[in-house]
Design a protein around this ligand. Structure first.
Ligand SMILES: C[S@@+](CC[C@H](N)C(=O)[O-])C[C@H]1O[C@@H](n2cnc3c(N)ncnc32)[C@H](O)[C@@H]1O
Length: 303
């Protein structure tokens, strides 16, 4: 009788699992509880095989070595869940477009400030950032119609009427999703939640894909940022961090909310996912709730 010749898969011991869980947590904040251990184990085994390590401990030693930095990034990339879509959670987006932006534009114009900065933190393949860009461009056009400024506008009309400027920062820990976002071309399935008026105005059909038009693309800037680190983009008016915190434990969520507080301008807003909440995690934000949409506004401490 012949044998298959393939070496049996190494067994992951409890001690090795703890070491690897701690390393991943330290690197990116992702916490794998019992419900997600199986997923972690599966991804670890894939990477271990790829690196031809003969045990999980050997793989762990590689990850903590100087030569293992790239492999650690690769492992983290393999552990991320990148599910996303255009116009995800309409009620929250309505709150952003109709109330938050409207209030913010008025407040800014009163101070002769004409720039708006929105950050999609954990942007995955870019659909959230481009959704925010489309909604901001439309909101600003409508606001400008009612509040024009004595500025000569050249033809063809720019997407954002000067002197207004809208910058959308889209960041993630995974380089591969950032590349897809930067490319900005989506298939039929990904486009299913984009209605025809948005398709017509903001996309070009290129082959069998829908490519984001240049003017919209120019509003969005993709960059790598690990939310676990202290060095995060500052001076944001609005932060969207949706369906990211749910992979962190409570301690890490609290640290992240604290960092977001510092990354926001006074009066700025934080939007988190439908299944996420700031309740019990901070007293530095107040909840804003309208028509089933929820956001959190920075509370300003009076000196
Ligand atoms: C489920 S997707 C959410 C995408 C989008 N925000 C949405 O709600 O549709 C979560 C994203 O968070 C990213 N992520 C996870 N941990 C991160 C970290 N420490 N720093 C930055 N991004 C992270 C993942 O790579 C993934 O693309």
């Amino acid at each position: 009788m012949g044998t298959s010749g393939a070496a049996p898969a190494p067994i992951l011991t409890e001690a090795e699992l703890r070491l690897l869980q701690a390393l991943v947590y330290q690197e990116c904040g992702m916490h794998f509880d019992e419900r997600r251990t199986h997923f972690l184990q599966d991804r670890l085994l894939r990477r271990l095989k790829e690196c031809r390590a003969d045990s999980f401990y050997a793989y762990y030693r590689l990850l903590i070595s100087a030569e293992g930095k790239q492999e650690l990034a690769q492992l983290v990339e393999n552990l991320t869940v990148n599910e996303t879509s255009f116009f995800r959670h309409k009620a929250q987006l309505d709150l952003f477009q109709k109330h938050v932006l409207e209030e913010m534009l008025k407040r800014k114009q009163a101070h002769r400030e004409y720039s708006v900065r929105v950050w999609s933190a954990g942007c995955s393949t870019g659909q959230e950032a481009y959704t925010l860009a489309m909604l901001s461009a439309d909101a600003l056009a409508y606001y400008y119609l009612r509040n024009p400024l004595p500025v000569e506008i050249s033809l063809p009309k720019p997407l954002v009427p000067p002197p207004w400027r809208v910058e959308i920062l889209a960041s993630d820990i995974s380089y591969s999703v950032l590349r897809t976002g930067q490319e900005g071309a989506y298939n039929d399935h990904q486009m299913s939640s984009v209605d025809y008026s948005f398709r017509l105005r903001y996309f070009d059909k290129v082959g069998d894909r829908y490519a984001i038009k240049k003017a919209l693309k120019e509003m969005v800037h993709f960059d790598f940022h690990n939310l676990k680190t202290e060095y995060l983009p500052q001076r944001n008016d609005v932060i969207f961090c949706r369906n990211v915190m749910m992979y962190f434990d409570e301690a890490e969520q609290k640290r992240l909310i604290e960092k977001f507080y510092r990354c926001l301008n006074p009066g700025g807003y934080l939007f988190v996912g439908h299944a996420e909440s700031l309740l019990g995690l901070t007293d530095k934000f107040q909840m804003v709730h309208r028509d089933s949409g929820t956001a959190y506004q920075r509370i300003e401490v009076k000196e």
